[in-house]
Ligand binder design. Sequence first.
Ligand SMILES: Cc1ncc(COP(=O)(O)OP(=O)(O)O)c(N)n1
Ligand code: 3NM
Ligand code: MG
Length: 357
Amino acid sequence: MDGKESTASGVWRILDASLNRASEGLRTIEEYARFVLGDPQLSEQLKQLRHQTATAAEGLPRSQLLAARDTPGDVGTAIETPTETERVDALAVAIAAAARVQQSLRCLEEYGKIVDSGIGRAFEACRYRSYTLFATLEQLSQRRDRLADCQLYVLVDGGDSIEAMTATIAELAKAGADLIQLRDKRLNDRELYEHAAAAAATLRPSRCLFIVNDRPDIAAAVHADGVHVGQDELPATVVRQIIGPERLLGVSTHCVAQVEQAVSDGADYIGCGPTFPSGTKSFEAFPGTDFLRDAAATTTLPSFAIGGIGAENLEYVLDAGFSRVAVAGAITRSESPAAMVAELKQRLLRQDESTNR
Ligand SMILES: Cc1ncc(COP(=O)(O)OP(=O)(O)O)c(N)n1
Ligand SMILES: Cc1nc(C(=O)O)sc1CCOP(=O)(O)O
Ligand SMILES: [Mg+2]
């Protein structure tokens, strides 16, 4: 082989190896989105990118790629970096795969230009698309991580004053509430914003997440951790556009069809209820614990049972397969809110340990 020929064969070997690396990496990431995150939208988008990459590769004759392949003669197969053999968790696997995909797409783009400038452009489009998709994957994974250990969600209203409300939520967070939602239908926009800003500032140094009910605009304005919307508020997909990729999005569900819709709309968690008659909000129908069982069988998304739940009926919720609850009256109407938070939390944690969630 003369110098020219060996350069040409080297280029085909790069293209062959890069194509294999890109498609294997994309499949690795797709499996994470599908089986770990269980996110239908992201899985579909990753699949589309895998297909787009395969389409871009149609410009590279397969016979030529195969003819240039020489795995035993590859001087790089024996080179291993220390980090290559270590992956701490599934996300680390996906992130490492994402880095390999981007490097491979860049190689395909640059060396593909030698074959045909159109091929370079096709792989460039794949690379740009991968940046956005991989960022979405990491952001989604981070949101899920934040919720992973959250079990007790407390809904509070604005109280008699901002000072009284912040004192209450600080106490609840200290006692073990994992998430606190500001839900107050009496306040006007300005008042709600001021209460939410104070609540967000109070909880920011704690490990307790702060969620605003109903209002994505206010959640974003006060830098809350997330927003919760029901079936009568803006659609979840629109809410996501308002709050961005980093904030949590919770959706109320009352039947299995709504659970499925919330999952496909990209909710980070769902509320499932009403479970029992509630002193906080009146309902005409109660899907009850049957719905909790159905919801638990439908999704792996963090799911909080809600509606009339307290120490006296928690066992029925736990029996239905839930180890997460959202409560208002059981805490706020208790003589000792902090003690009630501690009691519910302890029982939820015990349930979690026994079922090894
Ligand atoms: C955690 C959680 N689950 C359900 C709800 C109820 O939301 P929605 O149906 O929108 O009713 P309102 O709370 O707005 O009256 C919730 N707020 N939180
Ligand atoms: C606001 C709300 N939404 C529900 C639903 O099922 O969607 S139940 C509910 C009331 C929650 O308060 P309490 O714990 O006092 O019953
Ligand atoms: Mg609502």
